[in-house]
Design a protein around this ligand. Structure first.
Ligand SMILES: O=C(O)CCC(=O)C(=O)O
Ligand SMILES: [Fe+2]
Length: 207
């Protein structure tokens, strides 16, 4: 993608994030890439490489299916061309967020996530009590032809008391402020695949 395409792809995302704390972009990535990432997620699942996600951090980390029922695998650079291309795209987005909103984001961490039918993630914030680095959350969806009646929305609890439901349709990217936007994943009647990630800034802890 050339620079003009990229800046266009990011423009509304960044304005909306700044004005309302969340933003959405359909067809965020090229469709070929989205398809390759979906295939990669399914392949990892078939090979048994995804494992039950936990809640909490460090010693407090626990698998609790009553809170969160997805299975995940973290992305590392060099695992596949499609993953590297996604990480590259998100790095361009990170630099643009820094340039436009002065967020000082240092890195991006991200995992594949698979929610089996009926799995959910109860209302939460994406920030740990003892680690304030996660600043902007980015959920990118990999599911073709998602229908509203299949459930599985990402439900955002907005500041004005309203709720906004995002369908996990292939190609949609949802961005929101990690420490400031309560959200949940509703159960679905079909498998729900995504890439969930976090742009992080330096910890404010004094070393
Ligand atoms: O998949 C989503 O829509 C959001 C997942 C989520 O909230 C999380 O992993 O923290
Ligand atoms: Fe979350």
């Amino acid at each position: 993608m050339n620079d003009i395409d990229l800046q266009d792809r990011f423009a509304n995302l960044i304005d909306d994030l700044a004005s309302q704390g969340w933003s959405l972009r359909e067809l965020f990535a090229p469709e070929v890439l989205t398809r390759e990432l979906a295939a990669e997620c399914r392949k990892r699942e078939r090979r048994g490489e995804l494992s039950a996600a936990s809640v909490g951090r460090g010693d407090a980390q626990q698998v609790q299916e009553g809170i969160r029922g997805d299975r995940i695998q973290w992305l590392e650079p060099g695992q596949s061309a499609a993953c590297d291309q996604y990480l590259q795209l998100m790095d361009e987005l990170r630099l643009t967020l820094n340039r436009e909103l002065f967020l000082g984001l240092e890195d991006f961490e991200c995992h594949f996530a698979c929610y089996e039918p009926g799995a959910f993630y109860l209302r939460h914030l994406d920030r740990f009590r003892d680690d304030d680095r996660r600043t902007v959350s980015a959920a990118f969806y990999l599911n073709d032809d998602w229908q509203v009646e299949q459930g599985g929305a990402l439900r955002l609890y907005l500041h004005d008391g309203r709720e906004h439901d995002v369908m996990p349709q292939a190609g949609t990217l949802a961005l929101f402020l990690s420490g400031d936007m309560p959200h949940e994943v509703l159960p679905a009647s079909r498998e729900r695949l995504s890439l969930t990630g976090w742009f992080r800034r330096r910890s404010t802890d004094v070393l």
